[in-house]
Design a protein. Structure first.
Length: 448
């Protein structure tokens, strides 16, 4: 019986014999295309995972994001940047990259969450009108990359096409009427009726799940939906289901490397805010790099200790003679946990999800030691951008670009597993499967 290393060598030889001449010319590169690129956080993380990954084309509609991408990819061709996916075809992207259909290693990106609005989705289902999601999938079909990465907000798994308010949902649950709702009104119908069917129609092996960026070395708790696709069905999800009786998730493919309760080798403890920005603590931010609070708000922040939020005001009324209702404004009557109100960060924990407007009352991200929001530079550190990375635009635009980015460490973890799968060096939960089993293209269960 052949050893595992012998089998890997054998498969590698077969792959080398099977590539065409244009692929051979690029045997040292893994060509990638970026859609809905934003400030380039996901792209940067993917390239950090392996220097052979090379992005040759970007599609992004925000003018400042486009400038950011151009500033940080000066070697790219001037026609490599596209500003409206509705007018970009896969054929055009392939021609611009100088490669043929099927030769792209990866297409990465995720449509903005506005694409999943109630009105837009109702049109998409009932009238089959094009959406940004359809544009994304159309490019996947025409480019036919080996892998694709689709990331989005976690709410995509739970949002309903037909909206109903929270009180109505609770009342239906109490009365046991949830099963009597039309499918479009059920939580998760956007994903189950719109996104997942489109994914299945691509003909790719699909693995998806929620991940927390902090579990992969980011100093930030940030939950994202990650969907991975394999054209050649290399994930082994069919065998995984047959052996375990469960659907393979993204966490099965890329097990977390960090945990809040670690360390217990090889798992490391979550990284903290202190690890990310302590070394620049004594460098006051420039005015153009930081929002400010009014003097009235600064006086309130001064009384709130690190790691606390609005509940500290509620529990210590003697320190806040203004009263909770006045300090909370409209949030006083709102539901939910309101954790963003009067939130002051702690040095010894990861940062919460970075908001695009940290100066607002409901999305507060006050520095642990100073009565100001986190700065643009601190935002970049927390998201994992290198210090020399250029973010173009005014102050508000730069906060928005960085706040919307995929943490670099999460992108790097995704890239690492795709590279490992491609090199047949994967060591995740399905590693006990043989290479022949894991790459069986005749597997009936294409979509886990």
């Amino acid at each position: 019986m052949r050893s595992r290393s012998q089998k890997i060598i054998s498969i590698s030889k077969q792959l080398r014999l099977g590539i065409n001449s244009s692929q051979a010319k690029r045997n040292d590169e893994r060509i990638a295309i970026s859609l809905f690129s934003g400030a380039g956080g996901l792209d940067l993380g993917l390239t950090y995972s392996d220097s052979s990954i090379k992005f040759l084309s970007w599609v992004e509609s925000d003018p400042d994001c486009l400038k950011t991408l151009q500033a940080n990819n000066p070697e790219a061709r001037c026609d490599a940047f596209h500003d409206d996916i509705r007018f970009v075809t896969g054929k055009h992207l392939l021609n611009q990259c100088g490669i043929a259909k099927g030769e792209v290693f990866m297409v990465a990106g995720g449509p903005p969450c506005q694409a999943f609005s109630t009105a837009g989705l109702r049109q998409s289902i009932n009238e089959d009108r094009g959406t940004l999601v359809d544009n994304y999938f159309s490019i996947i079909r025409s480019v036919k990359p080996r892998f694709f990465v689709f990331e989005n907000v976690r709410g995509l798994l739970s949002v309903a096409i037909q909206h109903s308010n929270y009180a109505e949902r609770i009342e239906r649950e109490k009365r046991g009427l949830n099963n009597e709702q039309p499918e479009e009104a059920r939580l998760g119908s956007v994903f189950n009726l719109v996104v997942l069917p489109r994914l299945k129609n691509l003909g790719y092996e699909i693995v998806y799940g929620l991940v927390n960026a902090a579990d992969y070395g980011s100093p930030q708790v940030r939950h994202r939906l990650v969907i991975l696709g394999s054209r050649d069905k290399e994930f082994g999800s069919g065998k995984f289901r047959k052996i375990t009786g469960q659907r393979m998730t993204v966490q099965d493919l890329m097990p977390p490397t960090h945990h809040s309760l670690a360390p217990y080798p090889p798992i490391q403890k979550w990284r903290t805010l202190k690890e990310a920005i302590w070394d620049i603590r004594d460098k006051p931010p420039l005015d153009e790099d930081c929002f400010t609070y009014s003097k009235e708000r600064q006086s309130v922040w001064w009384r709130i200790p690190p790691g606390s939020y609005w509940t500290y005001i509620r529990d210590n009324p003697s320190l806040f003679p203004e009263g909770l209702e006045e300090l909370m404004g409209g949030g006083y009557q709102s539901g939910g946990g309101k954790v963003g109100f009067w939130r002051r960060l702690s040095w010894d924990r990861p940062a919460p999800t970075l908001q695009t407007q940290p100066q607002h009352l409901a999305t507060g991200l006050c520095h642990p030691d100073f009565e100001r929001p986190l700065s643009v530079v601190e935002y970049m550190r927390i998201q994992g951008f290198p210090d020399g990375y250029i973010i173009c635009g005014n102050k508000a635009s730069r906060y928005k670009q960085i706040g919307n980015a995929v943490p670099i460490e999460l992108g790097q973890a995704i890239g690492a597993v795709l590279n490992a799968v491609a090199e047949r060096t994967y060591t995740g939960k399905q590693d006990s499967f043989s290479e022949d089993e894991a790459t069986d293209e005749n597997e009936a269960d294409d979509v886990a």
